[in-house]
Design a binder for this molecule. Structure first.
Ligand code: NAP
Length: 259
């Protein structure tokens, strides 16, 4: 199926690896030119090179912290226009809420709520004028089923989700849609690091900790960044023009509810 987005420009934030890279790769596969972003230059440049070689699209790599004003300005300036915005950043650390300081909360809200909102603010009017725009926010299954130790993530991402629910309806008449993708457990460096910590804390091998983590997933495995990216590409497609303000859980069936 042709998604009808060849030649468009996308800014995919936090995308040198993991879920962001999965989204960048799937969009490149649809002929979308990219601005990709991460803080570490080497990994980012290697990712850009792979994407250029694989898909033959234009890829501009901007090494910066997307949660800062200066970083966002650099990323935004790298593309001639932004038709597709994929919001992503590292997730906040786990912990007992009693130990979270005001500064911890501000950092989490900055990264996982206010950064996406600032990027939407900077790109939305151009999308509305051109009568095409797609915003996809990478949030978390924790928005639907909160994870107790991830209080910072539950809180900040729920704030973004509420904002998108409102604005995503306001733009739809201009063919500008906004949706959230909610990952369950995906095979990325971040997840492997979390499982390593769990293994160490429980005095078990990594493979055993992985097996325990996956045991609650009906699909019986971790998701892949490729399949996550393909869902993102669909939400950015012409075919998805009638889909907005939604929260798509991709979790191998882990969420047990009917809705
Ligand atoms: P990952 O494999 O660690 O990749 C994170 C990517 O984001 C890297 O390219 C990293 O590069 C970049 N990055 C992080 N902070 C950044 C910043 N401030 N500015 C620019 N780039 C930044 O992580 P992931 O598993 O793909 O997770 C992506 C998001 O999905 C996170 O918010 C995570 O909490 C959420 N999530 C993931 C899962 C899962 O199962 N994997 C589940 C639920 C939610 P640099 O470090 O070089 O900047």
């Amino acid at each position: 199926m042709d998604f009808g987005i060849r030649g468009r420009w996308a800014l995919v934030c936090a995308s040198s690896k993991g879920l962001g890279y999965g989204c960048a790769r799937a969009l490149a596969g649809e002929g979308v030119n990219l601005v990709i972003n991460a803080r570490s230059v080497d990994v980012l440049e290697q990712a850009a090179e792979r994407l250029r070689a694989e898909a033959g699209v234009e890829v501009r790599a901007v090494a910066c912290d997307i949660t800062t004003e200066d970083g966002r300005a650099q990323a935004l300036a790298a593309a001639p226009q932004i038709d597709i915005l994929v919001n992503n950043a590292g997730g906040p650390p786990p912990g007992d809420f009693r130990n979270f300081t005001r500064d911890d909360w501000i950092k989490a809200i900055d990264a996982n709520m206010l950064t996406p909102i600032e990027l939407i603010k900077a790109t939305l009017d151009g999308m509305l004028e051109r009568k095409f725009g797609r915003v996809v926010n990478i949030t978390s299954s924790a928005v639907k089923a909160p994870i107790e130790i991830l209080g910072l993530s539950n809180g900040a991402r729920a704030g973004l989700t509420g904002f998108i629910a409102g604005i995503g309806r306001k733009t739809a008449a201009h063919n500008v849609t906004m949706n959230n993708l909610l990952p369950g457990v995906f095979d990325t460096d971040r997840l492997r690091a979390t499982i390593s910590t769990m293994a160490k804390n429980s005095g078990i091998e990594f493979e055993e900790a992985l097996k325990r983590r996956v045991s609650s997933v009906p699909a019986g495995r971790l998701g892949t960044p490729e399949e996550f990216g393909q869902a993102c590409a669909y939400l950015c497609s012409m075919q998805a023009s009638y889909v907005t303000g939604q929260n798509f859980l991709i979790d191998g069936g882990a969420y047990p509810g009917t809705f």
